[in-house]
Ligand binder design. Structure first.
Ligand code: C2E
Ligand code: CA
Ligand code: CA
Ligand code: CA
Length: 277
């Protein structure tokens, strides 16, 4: 038969089938995960470059599946988007963040950055949904910032523009995430009035390795600053990167050099120590 003899297309198809099947199984597990309480949020500190003070944190989803063990967000977020589960999951994230801010109380008074997926930006009721969660927990809108990727803004740009406009009007701080890694179009910087730009880890990494790359990062930072945006550098791992970012006058730093993403209780200790320091 055709399939005989180590045919490479047969190999390829069976590999694809395997991947597809794993996707289906993950999707099934993902549907049960919310009810089973398998999600958690970790919080990665964001500090002021000049003072080293803790100003906020980014909330990052963690999934410990009973069946699959730890599954990284880069793996399950696309499945959640594809299956529509992202809306429920996104709702869980904002609920959990608000709840956690109240649990922390006075031990953390900064803001939390929440990631929004492309699909969430297509949902016309998003701003209203988020505000109703904030109101329920009596969390002021200043305590939440929302991270949006360029790619998310380009998908069905018209509806994204109107959702982003609603979010701005509701008072959310908005950040452009992973800047420079997607289908960059500089026009998106002016089209949406965004408050912060997050310089992607790949730029932070490259800028200390190649002098040319430092110029690219410098140009991005200057452009964003001239548009009145604040700059957050992501994925800062070394002191060398930190000083290079200081030289560019990046406003905020985030990365393993400062801290890994932490479970809520460890983040609280981190916050207390930094405040006393
Ligand atoms: P992201 O928004 O770009 O988040 C930053 C990622 O970089 C996180 O990966 C973080 O753990 C990692 N990171 C932080 N500092 C360093 C560093 O110094 N070095 C290195 N190598 N990595 C660092 P993580 O937690 O695996 O999340 C991956 C992506 O999954 C996120 O990328 C975001 O796009 C998505 N994601 C995570 N949580 C959520 C969520 O609640 N909702 C949505 N829609 N997406 C989420
Ligand atoms: Ca992010
Ligand atoms: Ca990012
Ligand atoms: Ca990323």
């Amino acid at each position: 038969a055709k399939e005989q003899g180590g045919n490479s297309s047969h190999f390829f198809n069976s590999e694809l089938q395997k991947i597809a099947k794993e996707g289906v199984l993950l999707e099934q597990a993902l549907h049960l995960a919310l009810a089973r309480n398998e999600f958690a949020l970790h919080y990665q500190p964001i500090v002021d470059t000049e003072t080293g003070q803790l100003v906020g944190a980014e909330a990052l989803l963690r999934w410990h599946s009973e069946q699959f063990g730890f599954v990284p967000p880069d793996r399950f977020i696309p499945i959640a988007e594809h299956s529509g589960l992202i809306h429920e999951l996104g709702h869980w994230v904002i609920e959990e963040v608000c709840h956690q801010l109240n649990r922390w109380g006075e031990s953390f008074t900064g803001s939390i950055a929440v990631n929004l997926s492309a699909h969430q930006l297509q949902y016309a009721g998003l701003a209203e949904q988020l505000m109703s969660v904030l109101n329920k927990h009596r969390i002021p809108v200043e305590r939440i910032s929302l991270e949006i990727t360029e790619t998310a803004m380009i998908q069905d740009a018209n509806s994204a523009v109107s959702v982003v406009t609603d979010l701005k009007e509701a008072g959310f701080m908005l950040s452009i995430d992973d800047f420079g890694t997607g289908y960059s179009s500089l026009s998106y910087l002016t089209r949406f009035q965004l408050d912060k730009l997050k310089v992607d880890r790949c730029f932070v990494q490259k800028m200390t390795e190649q002098p040319q790359e430092r110029l690219v990062t410098k140009a991005i930072v200057q452009l964003a600053k001239s548009l009145g945006m604040q700059i957050v550098a992501e994925g800062v791992e070394t002191l060398e990167q930190k000083s290079a970012l200081e030289a560019l006058e990046c406003d905020y730093l985030q990365g393993y050099l400062i801290s890994k993403p932490l479970p809520a209780n460890e983040f609280e200790l981190f916050a207390k120590n930094l405040t006393r320091a």
